[in-house]
Design a protein around this ligand. Sequence first.
Ligand code: IPM
Ligand code: MG
Length: 360
Amino acid sequence: MAKQVLILPGDGIGPEIVAQARNVLDVVNNKFSLGLTFTEGLVGGAAIDATGVPLPEETLAAAKAADAILLGAVGGPKWDKLDMAIRPEKGLLGLRSGLELFANLRPAILYPQLAEASSLRPEVVSGLDILIVRELTGGIYFGKPRGVRTLENGEREGYNTYVYSESEIRRIGRVAFEAAQKRNKRLCSVDKANVLEVTVLWREVMDELAKEYPDVELSHMYVDNAAMQLVRAPKQFDVIVTGNMFGDILSDEAAMLTGSIGMLPSASLNAAGKGMYEPCHGSAPDIAGQNMANPLATILSAAMMLRYSLAAEDAAAAIEQAVSDVLDQGLRTRDIAGSSGESVSTQAMGEAVARVLADR
Ligand code: IPM
Ligand code: MG
């Protein structure tokens, strides 16, 4: 049966990098007879400009109907002055919560070819392979009450609520324990249980769950220490599980260990395994439209989509191999060019991946 993929290019570099991923998907769609069909939708600033809102109902409905979603990036200075409720980011957050995509998987893998591109010494990062499992539909991102109010003395006060229910912690915990079972069986749960009650509960629930996964070694770490350990000795980690905001921060940090945030894909899954796939980087307005951005994180996100939502492991592995091959060929976009300085365009990088796939 035909499978429907919804493509949401979004803003900034989104359309450029998504075009390259789409091209790669077309190649594997033919080659592996996947029977994928594609539709496009509006989200973020692009949707605000066209319809006035960051997540048109039509887009949410199309996302619910699709088998999988590939998203570029949202946001940019053009929309930064808008009210919080209708900012481009709300489009992304609305998709995450509307589809209950609570499990965000962010693998940080160092391609050996890029060891020199990392800001850390090659021996500290070589062989790095970490999976960050970030809770994506709860925590302080969604907690209520939230807002900015004016106190009796006339001073304004901003407030957000950091809240997790036991069941929310348990379901993300299970995803992480199961991921660890398929890897090196080590799980580090990151919290701030020395200060925040919500994460005291987080820790308790993770400890309870650990009894059901005796083959996985669970450890706990405070988030400040985790941030430090990620740059001190990142290879100590296998799987990291953490809440929404800590996961946002630590995944950017982990991304840079691999040389560039332009290399990091992600999957956001719901309980039924339905998913939205997007690069971890943002819309990079400073280089948008310049054919300069690295399309590999989006291409690798498309590979994750084939693996997790479209039951096409062969095609996923072929894309990942093709990415590694073009790196072997020495192709580098500007972000991963390192000191050599030689770099290729977004389009040249995407076409090289597509060509390797088509030729094999
Ligand atoms: C991410 C991004 C988003 C987030 C923004 C764009 C809302 O930083 O996916 O990591 O904070 O989750
Ligand atoms: Mg982020």
